[in-house]
Write a protein that binds this ligand. Structure first.
Ligand code: 13P
Length: 255
């Protein structure tokens, strides 16, 4: 069974301006080239800077992703961006189901599933984010919540297609709070999700799909989290906005 290569992705959310985005992309590119091929590095800028960042990353191993996508193919959907448009400007993947989309913008599992379908149909990869709130964890509903989110989003996704999906376990209570899940907490959920994939598909598929952890990943907790069983990389928010901290996290991934 080939080892799953860790992926370290920086979700820039609604931060930076054009100049800073391009500078950060340049520094990430240099750092990723120095790290070598043992770890995949990706950046996820705001829509309006995708093209400028794509230019900066041209010919580099750093992958470009978008933070969101419209579930519709094209048409009168003011303010929305289609999967084909993302592909056109150089994205190879997009996030779906990020907790900020679910909890701030009210996206439900059906919408997340439709967005995932739109990406796969356009030939793009997807990062499917799942995770429980603190109240859900405190009432022992973590497994139920991530099971529902994952199962609903993957309805109708074939075994071939799911190989283009990366799961990102992002506990809502750990996002932007400075309070990361422990390596054991993260690993427990990742192993649960891998078992779930094994049931939905088969063991081979379950072993192939990457599961990233996200939520207050920083240089000082990265090594422990990234070496935990079944943790295949990180989806980094705040610490991805500075090249030094982002690259230190990438350097902590087992290679
Ligand atoms: P922080 O790393 O800022 O907690 O954000 C995590 C996240 O939401 C990545 O998608």
């Amino acid at each position: 069974m080939p080892r799953r290569k860790p992926t370290i992705a920086g979700n820039w959310k609604m931060h930076l301006d054009r100049t800073k985005a391009v500078e950060l992309a340049r520094a990430v590119r240099r750092g990723a080239e120095a790290l070598g091929p043992g770890v995949d590095v990706a950046v996820v800028p705001p829509f309006v800077y995708l093209e400028a960042v794509a230019k900066e990353l041209a010919g580099s191993p750093v992958r470009l992703g978008a933070q969101n996508v419209c579930e519709q193919r094209e048409g009168a959907f003011t303010g929305e961006i289609s999967a084909a448009m993302l592909k056109d400007v150089g994205c190879s993947f997009a996030l779906v189901g990020h907790s900020e989309r679910r909890h701030v913008y009210g996206e439900d599992d059906a919408r997340v599933a439709a967005k995932l379908r739109a990406l796969l149909d356009a030939g793009l990869d997807a990062v499917l984010c799942v995770g429980e709130t603190l109240a859900e964890r405190d009432s022992n509903r973590t497994e139920y919540v991530v099971r529902e989110q994952t199962t609903q989003a993957l309805l109708g996704v074939s075994a071939d297609e799911v190989r283009r999906v990366t799961l990102a376990y992002e506990p809502v209570w750990a996002i932007g709070t400075g309070r990361n899940a422990t390596a054991v907490q993260a690993s427990d959920v990742h192993l649960y999700l891998r078992g779930l994939l094994s049931g939905l598909y088969d063991g081979q598929v379950a072993e192939a799909v990457r599961i990233q952890y996200g939520g207050s990943v920083k240089p000082d907790n990265a090594a422990e989290l990234l070496n935990a069983p079944s943790v295949d990389g990180a989806l980094v928010g705040g610490a991805s906005l500075k090249a030094d901290s982002f690259l230190a996290i990438a350097a902590a991934a087992p290679r």
